[in-house]
Design a protein around this ligand. Structure first.
Ligand SMILES: Nc1nc2c(ncn2[C@@H]2O[C@H](COP(=O)(O)OP(=O)(O)O)[C@@H](O)[C@H]2O)c(=O)[nH]1
Ligand SMILES: [Mg+2]
Length: 300
């Protein structure tokens, strides 16, 4: 494993500077040729789990089969599952030499929220690895192929800080994703673009790879611990003029286990987040970080 190097970000704008600094990230859309890029440095993959004991074994198998040699560590963060997910993972890891030593399972003492798990994963990987990827433990995409697409995007240009997998860019495949979810995400993409002015093709995507040195310079621990962690993080990324973001296409479909949360509640909270962000950032001209954090503060 290599010590994390990479580039450190220059200081972010302060609240006073926020008024002047309304720059945004450089965004590149690409369709990288699928490959197995080498030389990107050490890579950790964070996989949050919650009652996904039925699907996480195939996610891990796919990652190991397609990209095992490119991955330094897979960190499974179990969010107090009640179906024995953590035990299932521990068992398959113990039985499979390709996973032992590479897959680490950690259990939250209680359910810390989706964002709470991701924040824990980022805290545990920053400074130890060059890159960190976030993938999910259900079966909404082919984990191994998706990781290779993300890494191919990162390899296209060494100036890239973050690669986001987008459901709404050329080459994405949503054929098996419900029309309701496509429409809901499409609506929020349009709204987010209008409110923020950022050219985001998929404002809510959670599937990404980033340089840990870059994430270390951002106030990710102050973001929400709830489901809107990624919509909030994405605002922080796209609004940051120091960053280069690549968007690569994602193949995404409905989960076999079905979805477990209310789209209405999620949508209303997202609406509130965008309203507060737009007001603070564009009208009151707060700094990017202050406006993003105010949009949905973390729990005390
Ligand atoms: N539903 C839920 N999923 C969680 C939680 N903590 C971690 N996860 C994991 O987060 C990922 C995304 O959750 P999911 O319900 O599929 O939301 P989606 O983003 O709409 O697909 C999955 O891998 C879950 O297992 C939690 O508290 N609730
Ligand atoms: Mg899912």
């Amino acid at each position: 494993m290599r010590a994390a190097g990479g580039r450190a970000l220059p200081a972010a704008d302060t609240r006073a500077d926020g008024e002047r600094n309304m720059s945004r990230a450089r965004v590149v859309r690409s369709q990288p040729r699928p490959g197995r890029p080498a030389g990107l440095g050490s890579l950790a993959v964070i996989i949050p789990t919650y009652n996904t004991g039925a699907t996480v074994p195939s996610v891990l198998a796919s990652l190991i089969a397609s990209a095992g040699d490119l991955i330094s560590e897979i960190l499974v963060i179990d969010n107090a599952s009640t179906d024995g997910t953590a035990q299932t993972v521990a068992r398959i890891v113990a039985e499979d030499p390709a996973m032992s030593g590479k897959v680490v399972v950690t259990s939250n003492p209680r359910n810390l929220g989706y964002g709470g798990s991701i924040k824990r994963g980022l805290a545990e990987t920053t400074g130890r690895f060059d890159l960190v990827a976030v993938l999910h433990s259900d079966d909404q995409c082919d984990a191994g192929a998706t990781l290779l697409t993300l890494l191919s995007g990162m390899a296209e240009d060494p100036a890239t800080d973050v690669v986001l997998a987008s459901r709404f860019t050329r080459g994405a495949d949503l054929e098996r994703y419900s029309a309701l979810r496509r429409a809901g995400n499409g609506f929020f993409n349009t709204l987010t673009r209008l409110v923020s002015g950022y050219p985001m093709s998929d404002a809510g995507t959670a599937i990404m790879v980033a340089r840990t040195s870059v994430l270390a310079g951002l106030p990710t621990e102050s973001l929400t611990s709830g489901y809107r962690f990624h919509p909030q993080l994405n605002l922080l990324l796209y609004g940051d003029g120091r960053l280069t973001i690549r968007e690569v296409p994602l193949e995404w479909h409905d989960a076999s286990l079905g979805n477990r949360f209310s789209l209405t509640v999620y949508g209303l909270r997202l609406l509130k987040m965008l309203t507060v962000f737009g007001w603070r950032r564009r009208v009151r001209r707060w700094s990017l970080a202050d406006a993003v954090i105010a949009a949905e503060p973390p729990p005390d």
